[in-house]
Design a protein around this ligand. Structure first.
Ligand SMILES: [Zn+2]
Length: 225
């Protein structure tokens, strides 16, 4: 079954963007990541333009628990009556709004900064309806993709790999300047282990959380790990 992956590039802090991906198969829509809460109108209008409605919007999948990816999940879930799926290891981030939950604890300055600036406000916190793990298929929800656990950016980071070799990788990889490990990494060794794991899969094209999609072959040719 062929899938149409529409990239929705949402403005984030000035000069930066974050991607959501709207996956369409026959008449079902699945949204991967939801953007930051302050860009609610932007994502809502993109969904509307694409023809996404409560009757054909089947699932919200979150690649990880960060506020710039999960900011509209609770709102959209309620508005469209659609379930939210994510990995249980990032539950603390979305349930308590604390982006340090499940992550290594940085120094006190970073900790205070992250706590105050990078949070999910109370109204946008939620408990997911579905917990996804390694090897799960999302086919029953209208998205023929397999879940691959790729921790490193966060403990509960997942990639979604389609039958055609398209990988939605969240924030393990990014491509704002060139395809690379994303610049914000909680545990670099774990991230590199996740990359080695990806090397065992047939991946053609990568759709990152930040920046433009790229060919995986180009990445392997230019990255040593
Ligand atoms: Zn992130």
């Amino acid at each position: 079954m062929s899938l149409d992956i529409q990239q929705i590039t949402v403005p984030f802090v000035p000069g930066t963007t974050v991607n959501c991906y709207l996956v369409k198969s026959s008449d079902a829509f699945v949204l991967v990541d939801t953007g930051p809460a302050r860009q609610r109108a932007y994502i809502q209008s993109a969904l509307q333009k694409a023809g996404c409605r409560p009757d054909n919007f089947k699932l919200i999948v979150l690649t990880h628990g960060d506020f710039d990816h999960c900011g509209n999940a609770a709102f959209l879930a309620k508005t469209y009556k659609v379930p939210i799926a994510m990995h249980t290891a990032d539950l603390g981030m979305v349930k308590d709004g604390n982006m340090l939950a499940g992550r290594k604890q940085p120094n006190i300055v970073m900790k205070t900064l992250i706590r105050s600036l990078m949070r999910l406000s109370r109204i946008n916190r939620f408990t997911p309806d579905i917990f996804i793990k390694e090897g799960d298929s999302l086919a029953e929800h209208g998205f023929d993709a397999e879940v691959i656990e790729i921790p490193g950016h966060s403990s509960g980071s997942v990639g979604l790999l389609t039958q055609q070799g398209e990988l939605l990788c969240g924030d393990l990889l990014g491509n704002t300047k060139k395809p690379d490990l994303w610049s914000i990494m909680d545990d670099v060794d774990t991230a590199k282990a996740s990359l080695r794991k990806l090397a065992g899969h047939a991946i053609k094209k990568v759709y990152p959380g930040h920046g433009q999609p790229f060919n995986m072959e180009y990445f392997w040719d230019n990255y040593s790990y």
